[in-house]
Design a protein around this ligand. Structure first.
Ligand code: ACO
Length: 214
């Protein structure tokens, strides 16, 4: 199957390796860092607008390989393609329950675990070694960073970012577009659009967050 990758930064590097490991063929990498289109190792590199030309010449699926949750959403809205055209990219070492649901465009990195009854909606990132326990729900555009642990029956709102090594204890709810600091432990429900850090995680900032911080 042909795949077009959008974005060519560090996160995209990892995704491109997984796509190839799964036996797919990357025909193009589109990124607005390119002013014009060129070929290298049989891959087309071009600005994102080049997708229109590709659509008339190829059948392909798409992976939006951009780590920032809000930029990923903006691109999705801009491209306005059919949801089925977005590839779910899953590393062969990831362990995913047969009763879990994985949405279109979601990427699951090496050694991640997604357990029974978990629901991960569209365009999420489950990064290396992250654990999504049974019956948890992750709305669209959530990013669980490397080794984040989402325990059982947790609900995470759209676009929320769970930092590296953070833990969310069972049945807690995190609101949309919130950011949980690396290594933090979430022991209570948290509102939307907050930054919370520490163990237990305390809200530091309740303002609207314009860009995800890394
Ligand atoms: C493959 C990959 O690389 S995926 C990317 C993974 N990336 C991550 O996990 C990064 C997660 N980011 C963080 O943890 C960041 O520190 C954030 C987003 C929580 C905060 O960033 P900023 O808004 O820039 O906050 P800033 O650095 O100014 O710190 C604000 C306060 O929070 C504290 N703080 C920041 N991060 C943390 C943390 N993880 N745990 C505990 N306290 C923290 C700071 O010490 C500071 O405290 P003070 O007000 O008492 O001085």
């Amino acid at each position: 199957m042909n795949v077009v990758v959008i974005g060519n930064g560090g996160h995209s590097k990892v995704i491109q390796e997984i796509i190839r490991l799964n036996g797919y063929i990357i025909i193009a990498v589109l990124d607005d860092q390119y002013q014009t289109n060129f070929f290298e190792d049989e891959v087309i590199y071009a600005p994102i607008s080049y997708i229109e030309k590709l659509e008339s010449a190829y059948v392909f699926q798409i992976s939006i390989a951009i780590g920032d949750n809000s930029i990923r959403r903006q691109l999705m809205e801009l491209l306005n393609l059919s949801p089925s055209q977005y590839l779910s990219v899953i590393h062969p070492t990831a362990v995913i329950s047969q009763t879990a649901e994985i949405g279109n465009g979601t990427v699951i990195m090496p050694y991640a675990v997604v357990n029974a009854g978990a629901v991960i909606k569209k365009h999420c990132i489950i990064n290396s070694g992250a654990i999504i326990e049974h019956d948890s729900l992750l709305e669209d555009y959530v990013h669980a960073a490397p080794r984040a642990t989402i325990t059982g029956e947790v609900t995470i709102g759209e676009g929320a970012f769970i930092g590296a090594g953070a833990t969310v204890i069972p049945q807690k709810k995190i609101g949309a577009w919130s950011i949980i600091g690396a290594g933090s432990t979430v022991t209570s429900d948290l509102p939307s659009y907050c930054i919370a850090v520490g163990s237990p995680a305390i809200v530091k900032n309740n303002n609207s967050i314009k860009a995800e911080r890394r």
